[in-house]
Ligand binder design. Structure first.
Ligand SMILES: NC(=O)c1ccc[n+]([C@@H]2O[C@H](COP(=O)([O-])OP(=O)(O)OC[C@H]3O[C@@H](n4cnc5c(N)ncnc54)[C@H](OP(=O)(O)O)[C@@H]3O)[C@@H](O)[C@H]2O)c1
Length: 317
């Protein structure tokens, strides 16, 4: 297989960093990675994760997905502007009651998560269409399929991504291009930490007492536990993403977390849309004890399977 040129956005941490490192370290050297980030001062973790590969199978470049000039400069610096696989990963989160969020904060989420992808494609799609080859891989989310309590604007941004891609995928077929939406559930990255910290610091005075209590005493209280029990690592998501890149007929949608699949299935099971909303409502407000017990049970199962996996490894002497 000829070496594929891959451009990835948001590689300073988390999933973007893990995908860049995984592809750059590929033993068969099947990828030439352009790992981009908006702030090059944050490149140390990526350099550490790709020691010996920088300047060979990987280069680091600056790109802010909220700035058209930055995208154009970066894409134009790639030989012949040739990108085989584009990974749109950069994203930001936002949680909390909408009464306590400013429109500016909401616009930043849409500008990064949705318009970031649009800007990127406006710059790269014409080249791909001309060459009649290319694979566009988008790190979406299960929240692009189903909304979650207190994630209203973030889910809206991922729904926008999914709707946009569903429309574009039809046209892309005509040019022999592939689009794949990677839909992780919770992933333990900087994202989780930043979003939680912002939630803890949030000024809730604009919300009524019941809403503020719900956010603090139900949502934030369970936040860590959900990530601990259902959360994947960024490396897991990178592994899934690489498999999708290597498949001959890449799927349009791919969920990375089987623990989460039953929740998204509810959406497809009821055309009226009530089933997932009722189920989430009951889980959060009526069966919270069962919900928490289930999370603890999943955590225990995962801990036990990790333990037996670790026991299988040769022990250091
Ligand atoms: N973590 C989860 O639970 C989860 C679940 C499903 C989907 N996702 C999606 O996965 C993607 C990656 O998130 P992550 O979990 O890896 O979080 P992360 O560790 O916070 O990484 C996000 C990356 O996006 C970058 N970024 C933000 N705004 C940008 C901009 N304007 N231009 C270029 N880069 C920008 C960040 O750069 P800075 O370091 O400069 O901020 C960082 O490199 C996101 O699209 C997110 O929505 C995450």
């Amino acid at each position: 297989m000829a070496q594929k040129t891959v451009l990835i956005t948001g590689c300073s941490s988390g999933i973007g960093l893990a995908i860049a490192a995984k592809l750059a370290r590929d033993e068969q050297k099947r990828f030439k990675v352009y790992a981009t980030m908006r702030n090059l001062a944050k490149q140390d973790d990526l350099i550490a994760a790709t020691e010996g590969y920088l300047g060979k199978t990987m280069e680091i470049k600056e790109m802010d997905v909220c700035c058209e000039d930055s995208i154009r400069n970066c894409v134009s610096s790639i030989p012949d502007r040739h990108i085989d696989i584009l990974v749109s990963n950069a994203g930001v989160g936002l949680i909390g009651p909408i009464e306590c969020q400013t429109i500016e904060e909401m616009k930043t989420v849409m500008d990064t998560n949705f318009f970031g992808l649009v800007r990127l494609l406006k710059e790269t799609l014409p080249d791909m269409k001309r060459r009649k080859s290319g694979h566009i891989v988008i790190i979406s989310s299960v929240m692009g399929i189903q909304g979650i309590l207190f994630n209203d604007v973030y889910a809206a941004s991922k729904f926008a991504v999914e709707g946009f891609c569903e429309s574009l995928a039809i046209q892309a077929l005509k040019f022999k291009l592939h689009l794949s939406l990677i839909e992780p559930g919770p992933v333990v990255t900087e994202f989780e930490r930043k979003v939680f910290e912002d939630g803890m610091k949030m000024d809730l005075s604009a919300a009524d007492k019941e809403t503020a209590d719900m956010f603090t005493n139900i949502y934030l209280k369970n936040y860590k536990s959900i990530f601990q029990s259902l959360g994947q690592t960024a490396e897991d998501v990178a592994e899934h993403t690489m498999k999708i890149m290597l498949s001959e007929n890449p799927p349009f949608r791919h969920q990375t977390n089987t623990l989460y699949t039953p929740m998204t299935t509810l959406k497809y099971a009821d055309p009226n849309g009530d089933l997932p909303i009722d189920t989430f409502y009951k889980m959060v407000f009526q069966h919270d004890k069962i919900f928490n017990a289930s999370l603890n049970f999943i955590k225990l199962l995962r801990w036990r399977s990790k333990k037996s996996f670790d026991l299988g490894k040769p022990q250091p002497q």
